[in-house]
Each structure stands twice: as structure tokens, then as C-alpha cells.
Design a protein around this ligand. Structure first.
Ligand SMILES: [Ca+2]
Ligand SMILES: [Ca+2]
Length: 79
């Protein structure tokens, strides 16, 4: 029984590690950040800034766009 518990804990730890900073913000887990999801993490975010971050204009921010946004200073990095 104890062995199973350890395995479960290991799987859980691996899952948590796999979740990126975006994953915590991405509340519906679709791998993209909608305006509302991003707004929840960045209350100062305006729709104008969101459009600037969403460089391919698909209405959601992906990991690459998040990276560019934090590098360009559009969005302050977490923490
Ligand atoms: Ca999402
Ligand atoms: Ca996009």
C-alpha cells in the first residue's frame, strides 16, 4: 500500500512540474490564455495591451506570445 502511495505522489509531482506558469493562469486548461484568464493574473491588463500581446490576433495568448510580452515589457513577469 505504501508503495502505491509513493508512486501516486511521484506522478503528482511530475504533473505539477509539467504545469508551467501559464498553466496556472490557464484556468480552463486549453493551453491558451484568454483575455479574462490573463486579466485574472494581471488586473492592470487593458484590452489594448491584450491585443498588442496577441500578435497573431487569434483572440488568445499562447506561450510564445507570453514570452514575447514579458521580454518586451508589455506584461510584467510573474512574481
Ligand atoms: Ca485558457
Ligand atoms: Ca495569439
Amino acid at each position: 500500500m505504501k508503495k502505491i502511495a509513493i508512486q501516486a505522489a511521484t506522478i503528482l509531482a511530475l504533473t505539477v512540474t509539467a504545469v508551467s506558469a501559464e498553466g496556472e493562469i490557464d484556468t480552463d486548461g486549453d493551453g491558451l490564455l484568454s483575455y479574462n484568464e490573463l486579466l485574472a493574473a494581471h488586473p492592470e491588463l487593458t484590452e489594448e495591451t491584450f491585443v498588442s500581446i496577441d500578435t497573431n490576433a487569434d483572440g488568445a495568448v499562447d506561450a510564445d506570445e507570453m514570452k514575447m510580452a514579458s521580454e518586451s515589457g508589455l506584461l510584467p513577469a510573474e512574481g
